[in-house]
Design a protein around this ligand. Structure first.
Ligand code: XMP
Length: 500
């Protein structure tokens, strides 16, 4: 794919191409699937979950990051609600919790119970009036307080304060594990020389680290999370709130990234030193010049896809878009020169499409429909004719754009319709539907990266860089596509990675 356009101006998509098998001495289990998400961040699995209100809230973002990918929190909710979601991910698992939830000696056990429930933790450090750590209160301490006494029993009467085990700031993980084990405790408060609480290390987080060795984490050991913003109205306030909540990546998420407002906010974010620690992704585009605009604005990665999504109607409503393999290839021509990673967003139906996207020029892929049916997506299971489904809708669908009595729909400016005065005047660019239930993200992500490993074995690529360099396409016909899927047979057993 180096330096020339093998497809001319014909637009091709995933079903139009197939990867050529090559000489190989790679076995799938040894293939390294890690790839560049942004200029500074690498992920072990090149998978992102879409910023959609039926796909990514904190549960999905936690699951994606644990499994080596990344979740992008949707923005069809208030600034405060979205910031709470960021906070939930950042607190979920960490080497050291830098900003633990705390209580005071005069709080009641009932109040501690409520906080523990809200933040899903099993105990809290107790802070005195001068800000120093005075104790810790855990489930163990509260076990014998009867339900009738919880509202009147004070933390000071049940907390552990004498012989409290703490560790100094800067303790390494081996030292922390040793202390936790030696004293058979589950929580280790970290204090500075003045006795001020600076962090908390918990056994639970070490267990999770063992269970999720490929997790996408920041330098403090917390899971990484991305969140979407727009470019209109209070977009800047949203970016500030997300930053304060600890977000790692901000995605300026619109249907046409090559537009003044989007480019301006990317440039503004990139030139404000307060956002130095946060990577900025811009999108979406589907041409070389669109990608160049985002690169020039300073984006740390660009997101590609106009209309490929399973729930998208942009290509039929507006007649605009570029078939996704060509769009990714074209955009990569602009991005590659500047070392800016490309995200192929939407249109992936099977694991084999991931390797096709990467060979076309992407570094990671973004998934909506493939993840919307998992346990971790928002919404309940629905039963239709005895089968299980989950709701999945486009962010440009009427349902997502409508205000329905709310003050605003936060996703309208994604489709540049923030100025439309009433719901009746909206032009939808997506539909509302349902997808089959698929079980937990861990299982789906395992099948997807497993499929990618198989691709890498067939191409003879040890890592993603080699896959991109060695991968070659053959264009196929409708007959070739028919031959590719199971044919002339009735499927009787469901496969974990294949559905028609
Ligand atoms: P898949 O195919 O993975 O696509 O379900 C998810 C991606 O589709 C985009 N998206 C939309 N595009 N109208 C559109 O034209 C919509 O209503 C819509 N909602 C989401 C988005 O990029 C997502 O990641």
């Amino acid at each position: 794919m180096e330096g020339h356009d093998p497809f001319g101006f014909i637009g091709l998509t995933y079903d139009d191409v197939m990867l050529l098998p090559g000489h190989t001495d790679v076995i799938p289990s040894e293939a390294d699937t890690s790839s560049r998400l942004t200029k500074r961040i690498t992920v072990a699995a090149p998978l992102l979950s879409s910023a959609m209100d039926t796909v990514t809230e904190s549960r999905m973002a936690i699951a994606m990051a644990r499994n080596g990918g990344l979740g992008v929190l949707h923005r069809n909710l208030s600034i405060e609600e979205q910031a709470v979601q960021v906070d939930a991910v950042k607190r979920s698992e960490s080497g050291m919790i830098t900003n633990p939830v705390t209580t005071t000696p005069d709080a009641t056990v009932a109040e501690v119970d409520a906080l523990c429930g809200q933040f899903r933790v099993s105990g809290l450090p107790v802070i005195g009036p001068d800000g120093r750590l005075v104790g810790i209160v855990t489930n163990r301490d509260m076990r014998f307080v009867s339900p009738f006494e919880k509202a009147t029993t004070l933390v000071r009467d049940v907390m552990t304060s004498t012989g409290l085990i703490t560790a100094p700031v800067g303790i390494d993980s081996d030292g922390a594990v040793a202390l936790l084990a030696q004293h058979r405790i589950e929580k280790l408060p970290i204090v500075d020389g003045s006795g001020i609480l600076r962090g908390l290390i918990t056994v639970k987080d070490f267990d999770k680290s063992d269970k999720y060795p490929n997790a996408t984490k920041d330098s403090a050991g917390r899971l990484r999370v991305a969140a979407a913003i727009g470019f209109f109205g209070d977009a800047w306030d949203r970016a500030v709130a997300l930053r304060e909540a600890g977000v790692d990546v901000i995605v300026v998420d619109t249907a046409n990234g090559d537009s003044r407002g989007v480019l301006d906010i990317i440039t503004r974010l990139k030139s404000d030193s307060a956002f130095d620690a946060i990577d900025i992704i811009g999108g979406n585009v589907a041409t070389r010049s669109g990608a160049q605009s985002l690169v020039d604005a300073g984006a740390d990665a660009i997101k590609v896809g106009v209309g490929p999504g399973s729930i998208c109607t942009t290509r039929v409503v507006a007649g605009v878009g570029v078939p996704q393999v060509t769009a990714v290839y074209e955009a990569s021509l602009a991005a590659r020169e500047s070392g800016v990673p490309v995200i192929a967003d939407g249109g992936l139906q099977y694991s084999g499409d991931i390797a096709k996207a990467l060979v076309a020029g992407a570094d990671t892929v973004m998934l909506g429909s493939l993840l919307a049916g998992t346990d971790e997506s928002p919404g309940d299971l629905v039963f239709v004719n005895g089968k299980q489904y989950k709701k999945y809708r486009g962010m440009g669908s009427l349902g997502a754009l409508q205000t329905r009595g709310k003050k605003t729909s936060y996703s309208r400016d994604r489709y540049f319709q923030a100025d439309v005065p009433s719901d009746e005047q909206l032009i939808a660019e997506g539909i509302e539907g349902q997808v089959p239930y698929r079980g937990p993200v861990a299982a789906v992500s395992y099948q997807l990266t497993g499929g990618l490993r198989q691709s890498m074995f067939y191409v003879g690529a040890r890592n993603i860089e080699e896959l991109k360099a060695k991968g070659r396409f053959v264009r196929i016909t409708a007959a070739g596509l028919k031959e590719s899927h199971p044919h002339d047979v009735q499927m009787v057993v469901e496969a974990p990675n294949y559905r028609r």
